[in-house]
Design a protein. Structure first.
Length: 73
């Protein structure tokens, strides 16, 4: 059974896809982080920390995803 977090992440990935440069890398990283997160808030915090350690343009991809994630929540 899929959790609401799984559905939210999947929807946010779908919404972010047209706006990001490297969708496959974004999806891989997001799913990796999601597997360690125990809540929506923890997922957001972990992704924000990840984004702060990345170089452009991938940092922007993660930020775009975070915006979409907050929108579809």
């Amino acid at each position: 059974m899929r959790s609401s977090l799984d559905e939210t992440v999947e929807t946010a990935l779908f919404e972010a896809r047209p706006y990001v440069e490297n969708y496959e890398k974004l999806k891989e990283e997001v799913l990796k982080v999601k597997s360690r997160a125990r809540s929506f808030e923890e997922l957001v915090k972990m992704l924000e920390e990840l984004a702060s350690s990345l170089d452009e343009p991938f940092r922007t991809d993660v930020r775009i995803f975070l915006q979409k994630l907050e929108t579809v929540r």
